[in-house]
Design a protein around this ligand. Structure first.
Ligand SMILES: Cc1ncc(COP(=O)(O)OP(=O)(O)O)c(N)n1
Ligand SMILES: Cc1nc(C(=O)O)sc1CCOP(=O)(O)O
Length: 217
C-alpha cells in the first residue's frame, strides 16, 4: 500500500455509477438527452467516449453535454487530451496506448482529473505514481461494446484495488446482474456503456444500476 495522498481530486463516491457514452447505442435519440436521463437516474460520473470524433467535434459535444450534466458530476473526455484542455472538461481518461498519464497531468495541470486504464498491478502502481486520480480496470466480462478488450479476472481486480490508494472503477460487461461480482473486490464503482445507453428507458436503467451497485459496494 502506498502512502495516503494529501487530497483527492476524485472522491470514490463520484465513481459509483460511471457512465461512458457511446453514440452507437443511441438509436435515434440525441446524446444530450441520453446523458441527461442517465444523470437524472443517478449517474455520478460521465465520460465522453467517441472513438470516431475529431478533436473539434469532441469540444463541441463537450460544450453541449456540460449544459445537461449537473455541476457536481465530474465530466471527462476519453483519450483526447487537447479536446479536454480546450473544452475545459473536468479531466481526461487515458488508456495504456494513449497520452501518458504524466503528459496528461502536465498539460491539464494539478486541478484536473486524470483517469488511467490498467490491466495489471504493475500498470496500476505506475499510473498511481504518475499522478492518476483513479483507475479503470477491465474488461471484467465479455462485451459487445468493445469485443477486442482483454479480459481481467476478479482476482486481479482485487489485487489492483489493494495495491493502490486511489479509487478503482471496474468496466466491461457490467449490468444490474453482473455488478454483484464486484462485491468484496474493493472497487469504488462500476463504469457502464450499454447497460445504460442501450436501454430504452435510460433513467430507469440508471436507477436500477445505482441500487444494484449500492447493494454490493
Ligand atoms: C472508466 C474507464 N475504464 C477503462 C476505459 C478503457 O479506456 P482505453 O483503454 O483508453 O480504451 P478506449 O476507451 O479508448 O477504447 C475507459 N474508457 N473508461
Ligand atoms: C470502453 C471499454 N473499455 C473496456 C476495457 O476493458 O478497457 S470495456 C469497454 C466497454 C464497456 O462497455 P459495456 O458497459 O457496454 O460492456
Amino acid at each position: 500500500m502506498q502512502s495516503p495522498r494529501e487530497y483527492l481530486r476524485c472522491h470514490p463516491e463520484a465513481l459509483r455509477l460511471y457512465a461512458v457514452t457511446d453514440a452507437s447505442w443511441l438509436g435515434g435519440r440525441t446524446l444530450d438527452e441520453c446523458v441527461l436521463e442517465a444523470a437524472e437516474g443517478g449517474a455520478t460520473f460521465v465520460q465522453l467516449r467517441d472513438k470516431r470524433a475529431s478533436t473539434s467535434d469532441l469540444v463541441e459535444q463537450c460544450g453541449r453535454l456540460r449544459r445537461v450534466i449537473p455541476g457536481d458530476v465530474p465530466f471527462v473526455i476519453n483519450d483526447d487530451l487537447e479536446a479536454a484542455l480546450v473544452a475545459q472538461a473536468d479531466g481526461v481518461h487515458v488508456g495504456q496506448s494513449d497520452a501518458a498519464c504524466e503528459e496528461a497531468r502536465r498539460v491539464l495541470g494539478p486541478e484536473k482529473i486524470v483517469g488511467v486504464s490498467v490491466q495489471t498491478v504493475d500498470q496500476a502502481l505506475a499510473a498511481s505514481e504518475a499522478g492518476a486520480d483513479y483507475l479503470g480496470v477491465g474488461a471484467l466480462f465479455k462485451t459487445a461494446t468493445k469485443p477486442e478488450a482483454a479480459d481481467v479476472c476478479l482476482a486481479t481486480l482485487s489485487d489492483i484495488c489493494r495495491s493502490v490508494d486511489i479509487p478503482v472503477v471496474a468496466i466491461g460487461g457490467l449490468n444490474e446482474k453482473t455488478v454483484a461480482a464486484l462485491e468484496g473486490t474493493g472497487v469504488a464503482g462500476a463504469a457502464v456503456v450499454s447497460a445504460l445507453f442501450a436501454a430504452s428507458d435510460i433513467r430507469q436503467a440508471a436507477r436500477g444500476l445505482k441500487s444494484a451497485i449500492d447493494r454490493v459496494i
